[in-house]
Design a protein around this ligand. Structure first.
Ligand code: TLP
Length: 346
């Protein structure tokens, strides 16, 4: 049984009643033939919403990033990304395993950025000893960096640097709408400088399945081929896309509630014994903190919280993560804080 107050991830959201209705009523066709009107409508909506020419519905964030990397790079090409990037840490090294794409990491700063000078230093010169630098990847919001937001100015500066050297820029925007809401900017401004972006429908936006890649039409055509070879050519996928349309049209503004709940949680636990948490780093729906407690390991805290019906994740070392999302209300956060207090002060 999952914990009643489940803060392990925003991937745990249940579809809304409006999504379930839309799914039941969706008009569908075979999307590999390009004939699913609901998938086509979602792709058109996503492209317009992100200010890109075209879009592609994919099964997951992992598939979206991998299909994007395969569409940008050939075998032996190099992709520059943060050493804390989800694509580098948690996607099985898929671009290397399946695409022969060589990852080159530079350090992620605590705010999720890569220093421009580090990117510049990582770009290869034309030399037969070197792979060809082809792509830079950013992540917005940055999962492993406490849900930090990258600004439009920073993104534009990275794009400018990449483009000056003939590289493209891809954004893993799994939670790009969290960034747009937190920064109070149009999501288009966050992705305009980038050549491509993947965003997830099935995290804070609460759709049951799916992500969308957005970019120029010729790039999306290549990503469509990559999706097929990855086994992601779905048939009557409009059933899923219907929920995605509801996600995009009804679920974006409410992300502000998740951010308020994350702040409430962070403020409620920051001063408890053993918790190390920098409140300034909590910008969106992800709260990452360290535990340094005389009696409890991170695993023991996870276990004790679970007994009190609260789920969080141990993410390595002393670090733990809690994520707020649709279905988690203010009173759940208050209960979770009380559970933390009871366990850590016992
Ligand atoms: N993140 C998940 C999983 O790692 C468990 C989570 O709980 O945070 N990019 C970013 C920034 C992500 O956080 C994730 C998923 C993905 C890509 C991959 O998306 P999916 O899970 O749909 O393949």
């Amino acid at each position: 049984m999952p914990p009643r107050i489940d803060l392990r991830s925003d991937t745990l959201t249940q579809p809304t009643p409006a999504m379930r209705r839309a799914m039941a009523e969706a008009v569908v066709g075979d999307d590999v033939f390009g004939e699913d009107p609901t998938v086509n409508a979602l792709e058109a909506l996503a492209a317009a919403r992100l200010g890109k020419e075209a879009a592609l519905f994919v099964t997951s964030g992992t598939q979206g990033n991998l299909a994007s990397l395969l569409a940008h790079c050939g075998r032996g090409d190099e992709v520059i990304m943060g050493d804390q990037a989800h694509t580098f840490l948690y996607e099985q090294g898929g671009s290397a395993a399946l695409g022969g794409i060589h990852p080159r990491t530079v350090p992620n700063q605590p705010d999720g950025t890569l220093r421009l000078e580090d990117i510049a230093a990582a770009i290869r010169s034309d030399n037969p000893h070197f792979p060809v630098s082809r792509l830079v990847c950013l992540e917005n919001t940055h999962n492993r960096c406490s849900g930090a937001c990258l600004t439009p100015d920073y993104t534009a500066a990275v794009a400018d640097l990449a483009h000056r050297h003939g590289l493209k820029l891809h954004i893993d925007g799994a939670r790009i709408f969290n960034a747009a809401v937190a920064l109070g900017v149009d999501v288009r401004d966050l992705v305009e400088p980038a050549d491509s972006v993947t965003f997830c429908l099935s995290k804070g936006l609460a759709a049951p399945v799916g992500s969308v890649i957005c970019g120029p039409a010729d790039f999306i055509q290549r990503a469509r081929r990559a999706r097929k070879v990855l086994g992601g050519g779905m048939r009557q996928a409009g059933i899923l896309a219907a929920a995605g349309i509801v996600a995009l049209t009804e679920m974006v503004e409410r992300l502000a509630d998740d951010h308020a709940h994350a702040r409430l949680l962070a403020e409620g636990i920051a001063d408890l014994p053993g918790i190390r948490l920098d409140l300034a780093r909590v910008q969106t729906n992800i709260v990452i903190f360290a535990l340094d407690h005389p009696r409890l390991t991170p695993a023991a805290l996870v276990e004790a919280l679970r007994h009190r019906e609260v789920g969080i994740l141990a993410i390595g070392g002393q670090q733990l993560r809690a994520v707020t999302h649709y279905g988690i209300e203010r009173e759940h956060i208050e209960e979770a804080i009380a559970a933390f207090r009871a366990i850590l002060t016992a």
